[in-house]
Design a protein around this ligand. Structure first.
Ligand code: ATP
Ligand code: MG
Length: 563
């Protein structure tokens, strides 16, 4: 590695690229692509692939294309295309004018398939899907040749043309690559490369009734775009010989190289698209952007920043072996980022009324608060104080344990950046016995200062003025699943959903500076965690907050102690 880029990430893929550049392969070009199928919203696993592909392009002054791999019409839609474009831009990446669709290559791919037929390397097969599977053999048994394997080129060309013309029913004919039915790699046993499927395509309508299979379309799309490094996940390792075989038959000159890396798996969630689709379609979550979802749109709505997600992807790096990443690391990344950026405010989630008996009835004063303890350039704001306040219900205990530092009978506590108050009495609901109100007195001498007379007041709690505060709804999120790896548990993964993954609180009370907080903006509620203004349901003067993450950082602690 050279002096000037010793901060650049390094991993086995970048080592391969360094090597290629040293050997002057691909005329020194680096061209990658991100190839989503528009059949769902992208998730944090896709973000890993996006950061990798766009990150490599930026690092090597190359290019990264966005290519929609839209070769299977079922389940694909424009809604998904638009969401993916929006999400990648939001993550901070751009493909300039290099937006492509595999469906734009359908004619070209058809012609290339004809080339393959003419070279005697593909044939139309009319075995049924079941028969094809049966003929394919197994790991221990070689496959059996299809009776159609030795059709003449002319017959194959004629049949393939008639497949395209819609003469045959779905499933009656396929085009297969003619490779080797005895190959130890089952993928190479005459794989299907075209099938008949009468399904309208969201871009090409009903122009086509045959569609190329992934293995055929993907590598050729890469070649048509002069991709140099085609980075994909490990499950395609066995398909690499097929990728190379197709390249060898049809592409002259420099060819893209497929490189596989381990997909991201994240604990306490699922990130397979199939499972995410199921959660959405069965209504088990509130849509793709439910703040509990590991989708980019869900994380955004929750309040995650693009920087936090990019830092997370950099942190986990790129490896060749599958593993399960602790979701605490993702939480650590967002906490780390927001600790720098998020203004501090006060909000009370589970309020109890506090009346300051010796404070003037109509008295109001304003206390000046720093918006960020370490960043004075973030400015200050005024927070009103009055006779009736709200504090957190659990900042008072009727019968506290010895070390309790907050409010209790006979005790004092400091109201953050305001006065020290002393407990006087409580009011209980006669029927339920629940405490409904606390009465306290304040000491005017303690305004903004440390307590006089050498009195020790250890506890500092947050508060809002009842009259001035704004009622808000607050949504607390917990992990979506109760088990670390729901996808690998026996039975249906939805059985492991955490029934307590969403807790809605209200009315909560937040300080008046949040009256017109912008949807999507993020704050640290002092002592409670980081919160965002919900971009779907929040309204002016009726804010809805999502808790992004609590304050406690188990990851940072673990990292520090090496556990
Ligand atoms: P899923 O397996 O979740 O259904 P997919 O691979 O079918 O996802 P695509 O839209 O085809 O979804 O994926 C686009 C790109 O993102 C591919 O290159 C794929 O390898 C990569 N990708 C998908 N899931 C992950 C993941 N969990 N970690 C890293 N990369 C991923
Ligand atoms: Mg895929």
């Amino acid at each position: 590695m050279t002096e000037e880029n010793n901060n650049a990430p390094s991993d086995f893929i970048r080592e391969i690229i360094d090597d290629d550049l040293r050997e002057d392969r691909n005329q020194g070009r680096v061209a990658t692509r991100f190839p989503p199928e528009p059949n769902g919203y992208i998730h944090i696993g896709h973000a890993k692939s996006i950061c990798l592909n766009f990150g490599i392009a930026a690092q090597y002054k190359g290019t990264c294309n966005l290519r929609f791999d839209d070769t299977d019409p079922s389940g694909e839609s424009l809604e998904f295309v638009e969401s993916i474009i929006n999400d990648i831009h939001w993550l901070g990446f751009d493909w300039e004018d290099r937006l492509f669709f595999a469906s734009d290559y359908f004619e070209k791919l058809y012609q290339l398939a004809c080339e393959l037929i003419k070279a005697g390397k593909a044939y139309v097969c009319d075995l049924t899907a079941d028969e094809i599977r049966e003929y394919r053999g197994s790991f221990t048994e070689p496959g059996k040749e299809s009776p159609n394997r030795n059709r003449s080129v002319d017959e194959n060309l004629d049949l393939f043309e008639r497949m395209r013309a819609g003469e045959f029913e779905d499933g009656t004919h396929v085009l297969r690559a003619r490779i080797d039915m005895t190959s130890p790699n089952i993928v190479m046993r005459d794989p299907v490369i075209y099938r008949i499927k009468r399904a309208p395509h969201y871009r090409t309508g009903d122009t086509w009734v045959i569609y190329p299979m992934y293995d055929f379309a993907h590598c050729l799309s890469d070649a048509l775009e002069s991709i140099t490094h085609s980075i994909c996940t490990l499950e395609f390792e066995n398909n690499r010989p097929l990728y190379d075989w197709i390249m060898n038959q049809l592409i002259s000159g420099s060819r893209p190289q497929q490189i596989e890396f381990a997909r991201l798996n994240l604990s306490y969630t699922v990130i397979s698209k199939r499972m995410l689709i199921e959660l959405v379609e069965k209504g088990l979550v509130n849509g793709w952007d439910d703040p509990r979802m590991p989708t980019v749109s869900g994380l955004r709505r929750r309040g995650y920043t693009p920087e936090a997600i990019r830092n997370f992807c950099a942190e986990i790096g790129v490896a060749k072996n599958d593993n399960l990443i602790d979701v605490a690391l993702l939480e650590h990344c967002v906490r780390d980022d927001l600790n720098e950026k998020a203004p501090r405010v006060m909000g009370v989630l589970r309020p109890i009324r506090v009346v300051i008996d010796n404070y003037p009835e109509d008295g109001v004063e304003e206390f000046e608060f720093a918006n960020h303890p370490q960043n004075p350039e973030m400015g200050t704001r005024k927070v009103p104080f009055s006779r009736v306040l709200y504090i957190e219900r659990d900042d008072f205990q009727e019968d506290p344990p010895g070390k309790y530092k907050r409010l209790a009978p006979g005790r004092e506590v400091r109201l953050r950046n305001a006065y020290v108050i002393r407990y006087e009495r409580m009011v209980k609901d006669e029927e339920t016995g629940e405490i409904t109100e606390l009465h306290c007195t304040y000491d005017p001498e303690t305004r903004n200062a440390s307590s006089p007379d050498g009195r020790k007041v250890k506890g500092v709690i947050h508060w809002v003025s009842a009259e001035h505060s704004i009622p808000a709804e607050v949504r607390l999120y917990d992990r979506l699943f109760q088990v670390a790896d729901p996808a690998s548990e026996s039975g249906d993964f939805t059985e492991y959903l955490n029934p307590e993954s969403l807790e809605t609180l209200g009315p909560c009370y937040v300080e008046p500076s949040l009256k017109n907080a912008e949807p999507g903006s993020r704050y640290q509620f002092e002592r409670l965690g980081y919160f965002s203004v919900d971009s779907g349901d929040s309204q002016p003067e009726k804010p809805v907050f999502n808790r992004i993450v609590a304050l406690r950082d188990t990851w940072g602690k673990r990292a520090a102690t090496g556990k």
